[in-house]
Design a protein around this ligand. Structure first.
Ligand code: FAD
Length: 477
């Protein structure tokens, strides 16, 4: 990465002109939120933030960067949890925000598809789908600010992967500005298209290192109207896994969410987040938030869920449950799940993991991971929650109550190493849904083979030989 002193002022003026009037920011104070990551772990530098309003303007900017070998960092909502969306500290990169490229281009209920600009905020896409009585199922706690281009670039997961898959599974086509500045129009809305390499998949999950997503053609689904949401107290993680099998056996794909919440995570929410209360009367060490949904209003999901939970209680796989009687009560259950990270922040510092294992290894991950963490950092408080239905644990560790927050954070690498080694040994991943970004770029080298890393590097070299697209993220040169 070049030093900002090396970015020629004339070049900055050309980039501003390409972005168009009011399409750029060069004031240090106004730039600050763009260069600071979501968790405050990284604070980078850039002389210029560009906010183009058209695909042609993006292409012009990238062409200039290509011709002058100037590195670029694409940014969506800047909610990345791995430092992928902010520049490095040297100040030699230009930041390209997609947030003004935010039109819904077209929507077809008959084709169950919609075409959007990359800078559309995820929640706005959900609303647009709802307006034509369809569902765009991608859903995550950051949906009010993250953008579809960022979601696709990180192959985001969220709470509906169990039923609908990751972001990758929701894409029909993409429009990309390549590192040369050329535009690849792959905005096809086809269900079937076997005409060579599936190029769109290279850009999904690439975290902005191969090109800039400027548009996406997305899949829509029938909108569920019969939705049953239950908060279930379970005696153990193993019991929660059995309950998942039982619910899926009777509802199949209608099981749309299955989220695990530890007692400690629930307690943090009850203590720190206003207007929350314990949904079930019986105290347990673990809880699951279950959602079963169907498009047919008379599908009877409530009766099925009631019967399945009653049977699980008889068999000792659940101890108590509350089934939401209203949308408001269901929203209160989801509020608990979605405010856990916020509650954790209010409790002090935490060391986080986003690991995935095969579901049948999940209980072992929790057991061995907890023992390892307590051995490494005595007094630390595991605050485990996550998308159990996808085998994905946010294996987060809250600092010991009496410790200085920064002293606990000093243990970050050692604690990470212990948890990552266990996840890997169980056939798992050290980044289930957040990506590698900057935070895990080097950590992943320990777990992927040289063959796999070299394949990744050769893809990067083929598409971006000058290494101007988000350099230093995902793969080292
Ligand atoms: C409260 C909270 C909850 C979250 N929950 C989840 C969750 O459940 N599941 C999950 O997967 N993630 C979750 N995240 C992480 C984050 O929200 C997702 O990774 C999201 O998809 C990022 O979108 P964004 O628009 O903010 O992207 P950014 O943070 O701006 O960027 C992410 C990466 O994509 C690149 N990028 C952004 N836009 C483009 C583009 N148009 N073209 C090319 N590259 C681009 C950036 O360079 C960066 O590397 C959560 C984050 C928060 C703060």
């Amino acid at each position: 990465v070049t030093n900002s002193a090396n970015i020629d002022p004339g070049l900055l003026e050309r980039l501003k002109a390409a972005a168009g009037p009011s399409g750029w920011i060069d004031d240090t104070v106004a730039i600050d939120p763009f260069v600071t990551d979501q968790r405050g772990l990284f604070r980078g530098k850039t002389p210029l933030v560009l906010l183009p309003r058209s695909v042609d303007a993006v292409a012009k900017i990238v062409t200039i960067c290509h011709d002058t070998t100037t590195p670029l960092v694409p940014q969506g909502g800047n909610t990345s949890l791995v430092g992928g969306s902010v520049p490095f500290e040297e100040g030699g990169e230009i930041l390209l925000s997609l947030s003004k490229l935010n039109r819904i281009r077209s929507i077809s209920a008959a084709n169950n598809s919609m075409s959007v600009d990359a800078g559309c905020v995820l929640a706005n896409i959900q609303v647009a789908a709802q307006e034509v009585d369809r569902l765009f199922p991608l859903s995550l706690a950051a949906e009010g600010s993250c953008q579809i281009g960022g979601n696709l670039s990180t192959n985001a997961g969220g709470t509906s992967v169990l039923r609908y898959g990751n972001a990758r599974d929701l894409v029909l086509g993409l429009e990309i500005v390549l590192p040369t500045g050329e535009i690849w129009d792959g905005m096809r809305t086809l269900r079937k298209d076997n005409t060579g390499y599936a190029l769109k998949h290279l850009f999904i999950g690439a975290e902005g290192t191969l090109g800039i997503i400027t548009g996406a053609a997305l899949r829509l689904f029938p909108r569920p109207t019969d939705i049953t949401t239950a908060f279930v107290a379970v005696p153990s993680v193993a019991a929660a896994i059995s309950l998942l099998s039982e619910i899926q056996a009777v509802t199949g794909e209608q099981t749309s969410a299955f989220e695990l919440i530890s007692r400690f995570a629930l307690e943090l929410v009850l203590e720190h987040i206003p207007e929350t209360r314990d949904p079930v009367q019986t105290r347990a060490e673990w809880y699951v938030l279950v959602e079963v949904s169907a498009p047919d209003r008379a599908a009877g999901t409530r009766i099925i869920v009631e019967k399945t939970i009653a049977r699980a209680i008889e068999r000792g796989r659940a101890v108590d449950a509350t089934i939401a009687l209203s949308e408001g009560q269901a929203a209160a259950f989801w509020k608990i799940r979605e405010t856990i990270p916020d509650a954790q922040t209010r409790e002090g510092s935490s060391i986080k993991h986003d690991v995935a294992v095969p579901i049948d290894a999940f209980a072992e991950l929790v057991e061995r991971g907890t023992a390892a963490v307590l051995d490494e950092a005595p007094g630390a408080r595991p605050c485990i929650f996550g998308h159990l239905g996808d085998g994905n644990a946010h294996f987060n560790i809250t600092q010991p109550a009496e410790m200085e927050p920064t002293d606990f954070l000093d243990r970050w690498s050692d604690v990470n190493r212990r948890v990552h080694d266990i996840a890997h040994a169980l056939g798992g991943s050290i980044s289930a849904e957040h990506g590698l970004g900057r935070l895990k770029r080097d950590e992943v080298l320990r777990y992927k083979s040289d063959v796999e890393m070299e394949l990744m590097r050769s893809v990067k070299r083929a598409l971006d030989p000058q290494n101007i697209m988000n350099p230093g993220k995902v793969v080292s040169p």
